[in-house]
Structures are given as structure tokens and as C-alpha cells.
Write a protein that binds this ligand. Structure first.
Ligand SMILES: [Zn+2]
Length: 76
């Protein structure tokens, strides 16, 4: 599937293996919730690859701390 110009939303900043797939897919923006492994070599490599590929990365800023999804049919 052609994902050129698409955005990807992730819980964690992507690892180096996911980063390769993201770049190859044509995705142009990564929006992540947490970068808690930012000091690891994997995260540094990911950031470097994304920067060189011109992929924009930004951390999501939510005004709320929790979002609950219900899969209970009675709540629909
Ligand atoms: Zn990964």
C-alpha cells in the first residue's frame, strides 16, 4: 500500500527496525506519545535515520491523561 505523505501515530518512539519500514513506506510524519528510551543507541539511530530521510517527528501533547475505549456493545 502506498503510504506516501501519511502520518503514523505510535505509543513509543519507533525502534530502528520500525524506522526502516516507516521510511520505506513513504510516511512523512511520526507522532509519538513517549520517547522514554531516547538515551538508547536504537533510539538515537532511529532519530538519525528519520532526520536524514526528512521524516518529521513530534511528541503528542494531550490535554487529558487517560482515554478509555469500551468494547461493550451496551455503551454504543
Ligand atoms: Zn520497532
Amino acid at each position: 500500500m502506498d503510504l506516501k505523505g501519511c502520518k503514523i501515530y505510535t505509543a513509543l518512539f519507533p525502534c530502528n527496525e520500525c524506522t526502516k519500514a516507516i521510511i520505506q513506506s513513504g510516511i512523512t510524519e511520526v507522532i509519538y506519545l513517549s520517547d522514554k528510551y531516547s538515551s538508547t543507541d536504537t533510539a538515537r539511530a532511529s532519530r538519525l535515520m528519520l532526520d536524514k530521510a526528512g521524516v518529521t517527528c513530534r511528541q503528542v501533547k494531550a490535554s487529558f491523561g487517560t482515554l478509555v475505549l469500551s468494547f461493550n456493545e451496551a455503551d454504543v
